[in-house]
Design a protein around this ligand. Sequence first.
Ligand SMILES: [Zn+2]
Ligand SMILES: [Zn+2]
Length: 192
Amino acid sequence: MDIDPVEVLIQDHLRNVGDTFPVKGHADVSSYSLGDREFQVKDGFDYDLLLTNTGEGILVTGILRGRARGVCDRCLEEANFDISSEIEEYFRFDDGEASAAYPGDDEEGEEAEYEFVSKEGKIDLTDALIAGIYGETPFVLLCKTDCKGLCPHCGANLNFEKCDCDEKAFKDPELNPFAKLKELNGLEDQED
Ligand SMILES: [Zn+2]
Ligand SMILES: [Zn+2]
């Protein structure tokens, strides 16, 4: 994703334990892709983060928001969605004990994940922001929750028009196995 790096120099803003530093900004992204899907972004993304020096590292928490547009997975029309992503990232100070287990919150027994403050005393928030955007991009995008999609036979957008494919299929035994069954039942009836 094409996004300007967001970096913070610790010694400028977070030198002492307990220091906090707010990082607010705007990521000027106009589009992005995820897998083979493309999304247009309306006015970029706004983020509002709070950085805290915990003594062992820098904790980053906050939120990222934006509005994006893609293609409805059912009817292929335009579909808009809001992104509102909670950001949480931990950057440890590299104290040479990198192999020691991090005693942080490992809910569900998962291994806690963290980055490191760089040797220059910098943290790079860019990846956390990008992960927040990807993480809140819906797997299945719909123009509305009850989108009726396209008719698989004639391609009509069933949100806007009605086609008679269903009716035809019901009458035509070649298209509808249930119709054929009905026919057979009918024959049996005659034999009785
Ligand atoms: Zn749709
Ligand atoms: Zn149809």
